[in-house]
Every structure is written in structure tokens, then in C-alpha cells.
Design a protein around this ligand. Structure first.
Ligand code: GDG
Length: 473
């Protein structure tokens, strides 16, 4: 059986065990445990220079974690610059927030090359190499240049936009050419897969491979790249077990304090402009305006752990949200009632999952999201006898599967406000029906299914030699 070599910007600690890890980390760790293998990435440390060989190695059972350090310059150009200030906003259709610099793009390529060179000595001939996310778009190209002939796959966790949006990145052609060095590229939804495939077919003389009746294998730059849709899932039993464990529930009730007497709307997001927090705050304000009966009886709890705090746009959104939360509370709060609680910090999963279970509405309204695991965790955490209601953005990848949620347009302030009212007053029978429908989909598209389908397809992918293609005109 071939080993798995996982490459991502950051690696998750193996010692803390799966229960503490988020969806991606849990899925990857499980796969590594089963197949054995290596997880390679940045240590999170800034050093005097970027390591060109593996800096730290930690083995636990069949898994070896290998990390390298980054220099300040590489961190600034690769991570803070091109990955998070150029790619992230464009991949989330926020082109006006994107800033491009050719030096930073060179830094991004350089770090992908360094990763490839440091990783190469670890690779055995049968290994499957599985890269993750928007930090690694050029990794396969660098590995190929260094002589690696293994099967290499990429899973894109973010959305992948339509060509006119992607082409706002001046280095768009270089990026797509590099991506075509992968043997398999997985996306969260068909819309994302089509974004990439349309670019290859329309803008770089790509063709569909004659050998693949699904039309999902493309031929470009003298290579074959297979594409596919692999919606990431959550481990539903584990989430429900954490949500319903008596100690966790007791702690959550204690954390809630006076809030437990209100109907609760809960949101949990990394503090990121793609998550639509500002629009969500306004929709909640609209709800308080439109439904006076809710005042005093409904509370909105927003948990938003800070992320990427050394990037200007992230500092700005943090300031803006603090101001908005203060303004809304100033407008509506009573001596004995505070409508909005905004917590700019993180909680352990053992506290988060029972909070999901206690919330009457899970409000998940990203402006764009590859999948959004919070939406799936919220559903999985519910008590099936008396479940809460998921209000979900139509622009989250999760909306493709969770169409039994109350789907909203996050830009429609009045529409979201009305949907909150509908969710809070929904009859038990309808809540149960919607919950059961979503659970059925989530059990089918589980985290295990995501991992097994991707690694299975990668193992079966024909090594990227060219084949005859169908001209697309
Ligand atoms: C990217 C894509 C895609 C949040 N706050 C705390 C905490 N979390 C956990 C949640 C969830 C995870 O973080 C967030 O996952 P999302 O999917 O919502 O969002 P991104 O971080 O943007 O992830 C996204 C995902 O990759 C996977 O493919 O779905 O579209 O953007 O698991 O529970 N966990 C803890 N404390 C917190 O305060 N412990």
C-alpha cells in the first residue's frame, strides 16, 4: 500500500489527538494513521533564513511530521503577501481587496520551490503526494522540476472563481500552468471545478481527454490533469458526542450565564472579511428593528477568533466590527439585556460543540466560502429530537449539500432579518424534518468519504503523460 505524503502550509500537532483538531486536520490525520506517512509544512517559526532541508522531525506511530522555518522575507512575500493579500481575496471574489506585487509572487514561487526541495529526499517511489490549499498552487511544478515522478494531487479548500475574476491576478497564466502539473485537482463544488476547467479550456488551448467519459480530465501544457468535486465533511458522530457530553454541556450552560434565558442565535467564524460578519451584524440590527417583540428575549452571540492579524485588511475589519457591535448594543441594550455579544477570542472544541447544540439558530452567512465547516458542525451538534435551525448563505459551498437549511443572500439585510424571525419561530416538526434531511447528506458525504474518494482517485489517476484530446473550439 502506498504511503501518503501530505503537504500544507501548516501542520497540525499529532499529540493533542483528533478530538481537538478542526475538520481538515482531523481528516488528514486519520488518513495518515491508516496509510502511514509524512505531513510536511511550515513550522510557524520565523528564522534568520528559510530552511532548505527539514528543520524539525517528530514521529508518532506511523506518522512523521516534518517542518521547515521561514525567513522574515519569505514569510512576508509568500504568506502575508501573495497568498493572503492577493490570492485569498481573489479566490473569494473580493477583487477590490486584492493587492498584487511581482516580487511577492516570486517569493511565493520561491517558497514552493524550497518546500519541494526539502521534501524530495523524504519521498519514496510509490508515495502519493497530497497538497492542500491556495498556498501550494506551484508545488507540483517545483517537484516535477526537481525530478519527482510520483502522483501529486491538490485539494483546493477555498472557492475557485470564474476566469474573469481569476484573471485579475496579473500572474494568472503562470498559476494555471503550474496547477496543470498536478495529476488530480479536487474542488469543494462543481462551480469551483468549472471555474478552473473553463480557464484551461478557454484560455490555454486546453482540451478534454478522450479517455475520460466524464469530461473532467483535461489536457493542457502537454500534460493530463484530472479534476473532481470532493466536498469536505465533518465527523458527525464525534461532533454530536462532544456536544452532548454531560461535562461539556454543564460547562457550556455555565459559560452562557444569563444568556440561557434568551433564544440564542450563534455564529462562529475566523475573523475574516469573507465570512460576512459586518453584513450579518447589520442584518441582526434590522431584525431588532423589524421584530420589536424579539427585544429582550433574543440574543446574538458572535465568536470570532482573530486570524492573520498582521495584515492590514484584517486589522481594519476587527476595528470596524468592534465599533459596530458597540453601536448596535448602544442603540438597543436595556439595563438587563444585551442583544449582541461579540467575543474576539477562541474556545476549545469541547466548549464550542455544546454551545452549537444550545443555539436556537446557527447563523452562517459568508459572502463566499469554499465549504464552511461551522455550518456542518452546527447541524451535527444538534439534538435530533429538538434541533435548532441553520440559516446559511447561498454562497457557502455547504449550501450545495445543505439545501434543507434556510438559505439566504448575505447581502440582503431585510431578507436575512426575516429569515431569522422565521427560524426562531419554526415549528418542531419542520425543524426535525430539515435536520434529518441535512444529516442524511452529511452522513453520506462524511469526512472519511472525502478523504477516501480523493486518495482513491489520486492512486488511480493516470500519471500525467499527454493523451489525445477533444478540441473545444
Ligand atoms: C477553509 C475554507 C473550508 C472556529 N472558531 C474556533 C474553532 N473554529 C473551527 C470551526 C471549524 C473551523 O475552525 C473553521 O472552518 P471553516 O470551514 O468554517 O473555515 P476556514 O477556516 O476558513 O477554512 C473553508 C475549510 O477550509 C475546510 O476545507 O470549509 O471554506 O475557507 O472547524 O469549528 N475551533 C476552536 N475554537 C474556536 O474558537 N477550537
Amino acid at each position: 500500500m502506498s504511503r501518503l505524503v501530505v503537504v500544507s502550509n501548516r501542520v497540525a500537532p499529532i499529540n493533542e489527538g483528533q478530538a481537538s483538531a478542526g475538520g481538515l486536520a482531523a481528516g488528514v490525520l486519520d488518513a495518515l494513521r491508516q496509510k502511514g506517512g509524512v505531513w510536511f509544512g511550515w513550522s510557524g517559526e520565523i528564522a534568520a533564513s528559510t530552511s532548505t532541508t527539514i528543520k524539525a522531525r517528530q514521529t508518532n506511530g506511523a506518522i512523521t511530521l516534518c517542518t521547515v522555518d521561514l525567513s522574515r522575507r519569505d514569510y512576508d512575500e509568500f504568506y502575508r503577501g501573495f497568498a493572503n493579500d492577493t490570492l485569498w481575496p481573489v479566490l473569494h471574489y473580493q477583487t477590490s481587496l486584492s493587492r498584487f506585487d511581482w516580487n511577492e509572487f516570486a517569493g511565493y514561487r520561491r517558497v514552493n520551490e524550497i518546500f519541494a526541495r526539502a521534501l524530495l529526499p523524504e519521498i519514496e517511489p510509490d508515495d502519493l503526494i497530497w497538497a492542500h490549499d491556495y498556498h501550494m498552487l506551484c508545488l507540483a511544478e517545483s517537484l516535477r522540476e526537481a525530478g519527482c515522478a510520483n502522483r501529486i494531487g491538490l485539494f483546493v479548500h477555498t472557492p475557485f472563481p470564474a476566469p474573469p475574476v481569476f484573471m485579475t491576478i496579473p500572474a494568472h497564466a503562470e498559476l494555471i500552468q503550474a496547477m496543470c502539473q498536478y495529476d488530480l485537482i479536487g474542488f469543494q463544488t462543481e462551480t469551483d471545478r468549472e471555474g478552473f476547467s473553463d480557464y484551461v479550456l478557454r484560455h490555454c488551448d486546453g482540451t478534454r481527454s478522450l479517455d475520460d467519459p466524464t469530461g473532467q480530465t483535461l489536457h493542457a501544457y502537454s500534460r493530463m490533469v484530472r479534476t473532481g468535486v470532493y466536498p469536505i465533511g465533518v465527523n458527525v458522530d464525534e461532533v454530536r458526542a462532544q456536544a452532548s457530553a454531560p461535562t461539556n454541556q454543564r460547562n457550556a450552560v455555565r459559560l452562557m450565564g444569563d444568556l440561557r434565558h434568551s433564544q440564542l442565535i450563534l455564529s462562529v467564524d475566523r475573523l475574516d472579511y469573507s465570512k460576512g460578519l459586518k453584513q450579518r451584524f447589520h442584518a441582526f440590527e434590522q431584525f431588532l428593528e423589524d421584530v420589536p417583540a424579539a427585544r429582550g428575549g433574543v440574543a446574538f452571540l458572535q465568536i470570532a477568533p482573530p486570524s492573520r492579524g498582521d495584515i492590514q485588511t484584517y486589522r481594519e475589519i476587527r476595528r470596524e466590527l468592534e465599533a459596530e457591535a458597540g453601536r448596535i448594543n448602544g442603540r438597543f441594550a436595556e439595563i438587563d439585556w444585551m442583544p449582541l455579544r461579540y467575543l474576539n477570542r477562541s474556545f476549545p472544541r469541547s466548549a464550542l460543540m455544546p454551545l452549537y447544540a444550545l443555539a436556537d439558530v446557527g447563523l452562517v452567512t459568508p459572502l463566499r466560502d469554499g465549504m464552511n465547516l461551522v455550518a456542518k458542525e452546527y447541524v451535527a451538534a444538534q439534538n435530533p429530537e429538538d434541533p435548532g435551525v441553520l440559516v446559511l448563505s447561498q454562497f457557502a459551498g455547504a449550501a450545495c449539500e445543505l439545501d434543507a437549511a434556510l438559505l439566504i443572500n448575505p447581502y440582503d439585510t431585510v431578507g436575512v432579518a426575516m429569515t431569522l424571525d422565521r427560524g426562531l419561530s419554526m415549528r418542531l416538526e419542520e425543524r426535525q424534518e430539515r435536520h434529518a434531511a441535512m444529516m442524511a447528506v452529511m452522513r453520506r458525504n462524511s469526512l472519511d468519504a472525502w478523504r477516501d474518494r480523493f486518495t482513491g482517485d489520486l492512486a488511480a489517476a493516470r500519471l500525467g503523460s499527454p493523451s489525445a484530446g477533444i478540441p473545444t473550439g
